[in-house]
Design a protein around this ligand. Structure first.
Ligand code: NAD
Length: 479
């Protein structure tokens, strides 16, 4: 049985209490490793180490900081296959996906911010004769980073990379559901030569280790990605301490398909935007709205293609692997049941899959398409975060917009049309942080990433992330 460790003050250490949590392999449904059940005392040690490391890390020359971060990025690349296999085993996602998306993106996140700090500028203005006004951006202190299980290393690195690059020291916690690649990253940090205490990784439960990070008085900024209700709890904890807060939360994203779209391209991408990573991507389009003229054609083609998708062992060539955990597996199933009770018809999917043998206890679910529900029902209002989509027809762009904006969330959206006016009009009016037109998940690391309404507060990515992890200071000199 693999026993994970915390990474505190440059060393791999056991939890103070000596207690561990079971970590399950989704493909088999069985425990395969033990995670430190860290508590306040472990987090306190990590914060103390981060505070001690801060003065020298924050004043280190940018080139030197960059070199250390780049070494970590290179080590991820060198260990890509090993990390991808671990990510797939820990999360249940197909190995091909971890190999082609998750781990390369972890590498790229570090490389992006490791180089970005060498190319960013701060502002200077000549306010008038003999008056110069300039703005410096200084790191803040110890950054608290808390990440979810759906894209484990990808989202973990998306936070810690800008925090470290900007000159902060870090105490980070990956999800207790998928701790493995963050643990492996700890080992790579030692190899990369991070000075002790600069980067600390504490494993454990959200309500314990996570809460200890968020409520620690010496952690003045929190970058969190996860569920909306957890985000609300974190905001309540952090607000009275006036902490800087970035919250990347849930979504219930619309995928709006107009009559005049490029049908084949739309269909191919819609299969991905609906079910990639078992539908467990905050950007997946779970509400599919189709204009009436092509509704029946879309329904027939989509249902046929979805029913052909392969669900099975993560390390084999399947479209979908296993669902991440038993509670989540049961939650998704309960939503399929709810959809039926609300009057929905399951057009395909809904069933569990049993690959047999040692995998018979694993958590496998067929991609599911539901029709016949309106936008106000719970199935269409609440985040399911699994391989479940609903389809619903619409008349015109006004109705499409109303449907798109009909939930409390506002993370991402997709619009399929060949009409420039429709594309711009929809993009301008949809209440979401991201609008993809005729594409999905086409990411550029320089662009701001985040949502509106219940999908979050603040933006990650590019300059926005560096801005979050620094404090602006205006200096005005009259000479
Ligand atoms: P979650 O909120 O249960 O957990 C996320 C992280 O927060 C975990 O590390 C967890 O241990 C920690 N945590 C839980 N309670 C805490 C507390 N009281 N204090 C501090 N930390 C705490 O979310 P999840 O189930 O891991 O992830 C799925 C959710 O994440 C979905 O809602 C999904 O939409 C969202 N998500 C959003 C984005 C985005 O960028 N907006 C990206 C990925 C996932």
């Amino acid at each position: 049985m693999i026993e994970l460790k915390n990474y505190i003050n440059g060393e791999l250490v056991k939890p103070v209490s000596g207690e561990y949590i079971d970590n399950y392999e989704p493909a088999t449904g069985k425990v395969y490793s033990k995670i430190p059940r860290s508590a306040e005392s472990d987090v306190n040690q990590a914060v103390e180490a981060a505070k001690r490391a801060y003065p020298s890390w924050s004043t280190m020359r940018t080139e030197e900081r960059s070199k250390i971060i780049m070494r970590l990025s290179e080590l991820i690349d060198k260990n890509l296959d090993k990390l991808a296999a671990a990510e797939s085993r820990d999360n249940g996602k197909p190995l091909w996906l971890a190999t082609s998306v998750d781990i390369p993106r972890g590498r790229d996140n570090l490389a992006f911010f490791g180089t970005a700090i060498k190319h960013t500028q701060s502002e200077s203005h000549r306010t008038g004769e003999g008056i110069i006004n300039f703005t410096t951006r200084k790191p803040i202190g110890v950054a608290g980073c808390v990440s979810p299980w759906n894209l484990p290393l990808y989202l973990f690195s998306w936070k810690v990379a800008p925090a470290l690059a900007a000159g902060n020291t870090v105490v980070a916690k990956p999800s207790e559901v998928t701790p493995m690649t963050a643990f492996m990253l700890s080992e790579l940090c030692i190899e990369a030569g991070f000075p002790p205490g600069v980067f600390n990784i504490v494993q454990g439960l959200g309500g314990e280790a996570g809460n200890a990070i968020v409520s620690h008085p010496d952690v003045p900024m929190i970058s969190f990605t996860g569920g909306t209700s957890t985000g609300e709890h974190i905001a309540r904890t952090a607000a009275p301490m006036f902490k800087k807060l970035s919250l990347e939360l849930g979504g219930k994203n619309p995928n709006i398909i107009f009559d005049d779209c490029d049908f084949d391209k739309m269909l191919k991408t819609t299969l991905k935007s609906s079910f990639a990573n078992q539908g467990q991507i905050c950007l997946c389009g779970s509400r599919i709205y189709v204009q009436k003229g092509i509704y029946e054609k879309f329904k027939a083609a989509f249902v046929e293609r979805v029913s052909q998708m392969k669900v099975g062992l993560p390390h084999e060539q399947n479209d979908l692997g296993a669902i991440v955990s038993k509670p989540h597996f049961e939650k998704i199933q309960s939503y399929i049941q709810l959809a039926k009770e609300e009057g929905g018809t399951v057009l395909t999917g809904g069933e569990t899959v049993n690959p047999g043998g040692e995998y018979s206890e694993g958590w496998y679910l067929r991609p599911t398409v539901i029709e016949g529900l309106n936008e106000t029902c719970r199935t269409n209002q609440e985040e399911i975060f699994g391989p479940v989509v609903t389809i619903q027809p619409f008349e015109d762009r006004e109705e499409a917009l109303r449907l798109a904006n009909s939930t409390g969330y506002g993370l991402a959206s997709t619009v399929w049309t060949q009409n420039l006016n429709t594309a711009h009009w929809m993009a301008d009016h949809i209440k979401a942080g991201i609008v993809w037109v005729n594409c999905w998940l086409l990411r550029d690391l320089r662009t701001p990433f985040g949502g509106v309404k219940n999908s979050g507060v603040g933006r990650e990515g590019g300059w926005e992330a560096l801005r979050f992890f620094t404090e602006a200071k205006n200096i005005c000199i009259k000479f």
